[in-house]
Design a protein around this ligand. Structure first.
Ligand code: ZN
Ligand code: ZN
Length: 286
């Protein structure tokens, strides 16, 4: 109930009263593939959410049309990553072979893919999710990641997310990656835990940092619990993959704790030209 209390307090304190934020929080936070939830809780929550949608119709985050949180036409405008990619990190490559980054330094994760390019349309969607309290956007993004997951080389035993710093969490009120992961797990029928990874030291903002600086900034910043991950395939979900430094650092912590395989899924891929400094707007996504 802590999250429900937090959502209501947050609504009254940080934002103007937003009934949709409260209902969307209840809907997404109650997503659990457990048997009890499936039979009793989820139908009740879904009914309440349907009523909330009827009373307070959502608007498309792309075009503003009422009726859906993100309409089909706007989703189809998103530039998907569908062609040949580096088999490890998923960066688009015409020849479909290992990219130079993965050849120079093999990532700690075993496979990572992103759903779409972090172009202006996708950036708007991510920003509305992260900074605009439009948390219902986690539902279509989580669904999109299920499509990507079907091509994963290892079936996941457990799904988790990149942990957010306490200060940022308090400021924003929620971790957008957790919301996407919960929606993903509900659709994929996989267990979710937000406490598999934890931050063991503070990191600076990644904004404006070169790829090497980003790598050093998050190096050894995370730890994982052996009892949760030993011998398992862990899927890490995040909203944006920029240089992969954060995903690498999380995978390193999971492997050190005994994880068998680590795979990663992200909604968007930024910084495709990794040798160049990131534009500030893209870096803000971290
Ligand atoms: Zn639209
Ligand atoms: Zn690669």
């Amino acid at each position: 109930m802590v999250w429900l209390f937090s959502a209501i307090c947050l609504t009254f304190s940080l934002h103007s009263f937003d009934i949709r934020f409260v209902f969307d929080t209840i809907k997404i936070k109650c997503m659990n593939p457990g048997t009890f939830s499936s039979i009793i809780v989820n139908p009740v929550i879904s009914l309440g959410w349907t009523a909330a949608n009827w009373l307070f119709p959502p608007q498309c985050a792309g075009c503003g049309e009422p009726g859906m949180v993100w309409c089909q036409a706007c989703q189809e405008k998103i530039q998907r990553i569908q062609h040949k990619v580096c088999p490890l990190c998923g960066v688009p490559r015409a020849d479909g072979v290992l990219c130079s980054d993965c050849r120079q330094s093999k990532p700690e994760f075993d496979w990572a893919r992103s759903w779409a390019n972090y172009d202006p349309a996708m950036r708007e969607i991510i920003h509305q999710l992260k900074y605009g309290n439009n948390i219902a956007l986690a539902l279509p993004l989580g669904g999109a990641l299920v499509q990507l997951y079907r091509s994963a080389p290892y079936p996941a035993d457990l799904v988790t997310v990149v942990p957010m710093s306490r200060q940022r969490r308090l400021r924003r009120g929620y971790n957008q990656a957790s919301l996407i992961a919960r929606a993903f797990c509900r659709a994929a029928g996989l267990p979710f835990s937000s406490s598999v990874l934890r931050r063991i030291r503070q990191t600076e903002s990644q904004v404006g940092k070169h790829p090497r600086e980003r790598m050093l900034n998050v190096k050894d910043a995370f730890a994982a619990e052996t009892e949760f991950v030993a011998g398992k395939t862990v899927l890490v979900i995040d909203d944006v993959f920029t240089t992969g430094a954060t995903m690498r650092s999380c995978a390193n912590a999971l492997k050190q704790a005994g994880a068998g395989h680590v795979i990663g899924l992200t909604a968007a891929r930024a910084g495709l030209h990794q040798e160049e400094p990131l534009p500030a707007a893209a870096a803000r996504a971290y």
